[in-house]
Design a protein around this ligand. Structure first.
Ligand code: HEC
Ligand code: HEC
Length: 270
């Protein structure tokens, strides 16, 4: 059980590594099928709510599913429950057995619930987005969130709210490598690529743009444009530099209140 969870936890940072290359298009549109999500809601109410809470926000006995990396990963990658199934089957915590169709419905239900809190636009109530406290948001920006270590409200983020509508602004700080819907200015932001350096034992190091990496192989595009792949042996050194790592780490940290407060604060940067 624990191992399954750990694997899925590792998957999200990986997703961010890969995101700029081929997941950006999927990122913006995890639109659940309403009928399937409704069926999933019913399964959820019957089989999950007593531990994870009616709203999936967790209870004293089970974690918040809308902040679960496994659930977010499922949603972003449109996995339709493929990786949730082993988590639900694993004992002793779950030991639940579902058909593929039921797993799909559960995935669609959780995806819809996550969309609601992320306000990606599909079930958007724009007025809610600004319900946070901008002063608390500013304090978080310069304090607990550590945003000011990488950003400046008079520098790179000086006019950030002119660039995006509110929903996109929120999406942008939650997932800065996501797509660029709702951009207000002509200049669309550039999605930065993860860099990687591979050093096979006894060979020179080679660096380039990360194309793909899993537990077994790593592929990069070097400065000449050549694509090269290595098997990752225990002796192979692989070092990645994901420009969005700071944001990936923050996903585990924010509470809903922090997110609303930050959105309200960032919206003042006109
Ligand atoms: C008997 C209580 C219980 C029920 C019922 C239950 N869960 Fe869980 N679930 C847990 C506990 C406890 C954990 C944390 C286990 C751990 O971290 O090792 C967990 C973890 C999870 C995780 C991983 C969360 C993470 O950390 O990323 C997912 C996903 C999940 N549950 C989904 C579901 C779904 C969907 C259902 C209904 C089909 C369900 N669970 C039913 C208790 C329950
Ligand atoms: C470790 C460094 C780091 C930290 C900490 C960090 N960010 Fe970022 N942030 C980045 C990088 C890198 C980008 C991508 C910017 C780019 O491509 O120019 C980014 C992008 C953004 C964007 C989108 C900007 C745009 O113009 O598209 C927003 C908004 C943002 N961050 C807000 C925040 C907030 C709010 C926090 C704190 C909760 C935070 N960031 C913490 C590094 C960081």
């Amino acid at each position: 059980m624990f191992r399954v969870l750990q694997l899925s936890r590792r998957a999200l940072p990986l997703l961010f590594l890969l995101g700029p290359i081929h997941l950006v298009a999927q990122f913006a549109s995890p639109v659940p099928n309403p009928a399937s999500a409704d069926r999933g809601d019913a399964i959820y109410a019957k089989s999950c709510a007593k531990c994870h809470g009616d709203d999936a926000r967790g209870t004293a006995t089970a974690p918040d599913l809308l902040r679960s990396l496994a659930v977010l990963h499922d949603r972003l990658n449109s996995l339709h429950g493929k990786e949730l199934a082993p988590i639900l089957a694993a004992k002793p915590v779950h030991g639940l057995s579902f058909s593929d169709a039921e797993i799909l419905d559960i995935s669609q239900s959780l995806t819809r619930s996550v969309n609601k809190i992320l306000r990606t636009g599909y079930s958007n109530q724009p007025t809610d987005l600004l319900k946070g406290d901008k002063t608390a948001g500013e304090a978080y920006f310069n304090g607990a969130g550590g945003c000011n270590k990488c950003h400046s409200t008079t520098g790179d983020l000086a006019h950030v709210s002119k660039k995006y509508d509110v929903a996109t602004l929120q999406q942008k700080f939650l997932f800065p490598n996501s797509g660029v819907r709702g951009v207000r200015t002509a200049a669309a932001p550039v999605v930065k690529k993860t860099q990687v350096t591979v050093t096979p034992a006894g060979k020179p190091a080679i660096s380039g743009e990360l194309v793909r990496m899993d537990d077994f192989t790593v592929t990069l595009r070097d400065a000449t444009g050549q694509v090269r792949t290595w098997t990752i042996l225990p002796t192979t050194k692989v070092k990645t530099d994901n420009p969005y790592a700071g944001h990936v780490a923050l996903l585990e940290k924010y509470t809903d209140t922090d997110i609303y407060n930050l959105t309200a604060f960032l919206e003042t940067l006109k």
